[in-house]
Design a protein around this ligand. Sequence first.
Ligand SMILES: Nc1nc2c(c(=O)[nH]1)N[C@H]1C(S)=C(S)[C@@H](COP(=O)(O)OP(=O)(O)OC[C@H]3O[C@@H](n4cnc5c(N)ncnc54)[C@H](O)[C@@H]3O)O[C@H]1N2
Ligand code: MOO
Length: 437
Amino acid sequence: MHRTVAEHQDAVEQVLRRSWAAFPSPVMDDGGTPVPLSAARGRVLARALAAGVDLPPFANSQMDGYAINVGEDQLETADSGQSTVYVVGETIAAGAVPGTLAPGTAAAIMTGAMLPDGANAVVPVERAVPALFAEPGATVELPATSAGQFVRDRGSDVARGSLAIAAGTVLNAAHLGLAAALGCTELVVRRRARVLLLTTGDEVLAPGDPAAAGGLPPGKIFDANGALLRAALEESGVEVLHHHMVSDDPAALLRLLESQVGQVPGHEGPPEPSCDLVVTVGGISAGAFEVVRLALGSAGAQSRMEFLHVALQPGGPQGLGTFRGVPVLAFPGNPVSSYVSLELFLRPALTVLLGAPAPRRRVVATLEHALSSPAGKHQVRRGIYSGPEFESAPSVREVGGSSSHLLGSLAQADALIHIPAGSTELQAGAKVEVWLL
Ligand SMILES: Nc1nc2c(c(=O)[nH]1)N[C@H]1C(S)=C(S)[C@@H](COP(=O)(O)OP(=O)(O)OC[C@H]3O[C@@H](n4cnc5c(N)ncnc54)[C@H](O)[C@@H]3O)O[C@H]1N2
Ligand code: MOO
């Protein structure tokens, strides 16, 4: 009996949660570490950020124009066609501290410049007669305007002391801009899970391997999964500590795991796990040389692994458990299978347990053509999504086929199309769940 996708998602989350809860230093909800703003994008804010200053810090002009004082009751007269003649006062540049505005005068003021005391409205220069910055002492005719017009009040965006960014936020460009506007040089972020990534197979050579200098030797392929999974892991907010390519020798793989995984003495305090997660790719199905299955199966009490089938295609064969208490996710070797495994099982668990990455956006779209899918399996097809346009609903079409070696079509896709286990024939026009990549 195959495990369902939902059951395996739950199992992955539980293994990560239980293992990490037992780590001497927390992976989930650690106290946080300060990092410079330049390194904070995509990280999870550990502590709420309160605004230390008002934004804007002072009332300022939203336009290049003339700062004037109008009666608070002048609302009705705005755009009434009436105008007033003012004597032109000082010119206020952005960054300058102006004097008080004398009654009956209009100060030439630039966008972002501090409003002088006594001013409460700005008229854009193009509405002045003449429509230019006149010399101090000249006169200018300005149309009636209402109090507050084109004035950006102190604290009107973010008030000092208010919550600027909530704890748990995945920091994006706008958050970093806001933090900088508030004068922060760094933010306290949660630590990322550190991953050991192992790709496997005697047939696999690293791109650039001298053995392929004269072209790929017969029977060999380049390691696609190393680059694919490293990037997908990093996009998922984790740090890839090391990536090793390992051969189909189980003893060598076990030696590598024993040298890289487990409690190692920390500089201070309790020993630290050397990594927070091991992700292996390949070597887990029914072949004669399944290196991950054999290595972890012969590792004795230090390994607690199960190898199973999920009712999923691609990504059916899966391994899950721990090695020396560190969680291990063993993904199948076909590139699309390994990618789909990460998307369906690891990413959602990271989102729940660590607060990042942001979940994939899930939408319902109309299938542009008929599709069939194997009975009893949740199938994930790769697709190209067309978002809703003026008069058309969102739609999706498959790119490539269902086979899990089709890396070329994965590279063209921007969506995963989900066909649930119960559906075998879908007509064009059927509604499907789509995850946007
Ligand atoms: N008798 C059965 N055979 C297979 C079954 C099964 O249930 N019974 N399942 C198939 C499915 S589904 C998958 S997926 C694969 C998973 O196999 P493994 O996890 O053991 O992966 P490998 O055999 O090592 O490799 C599979 C495939 O992927 C290529 N590969 C592996 N590593 C890389 C890499 N780093 N870069 C690029 N390509 C890689 C490898 O050459 C194979 O073609 O098993 C099926 N078989
Ligand atoms: O799941 Mo294998 O997961 O098709 O290629």
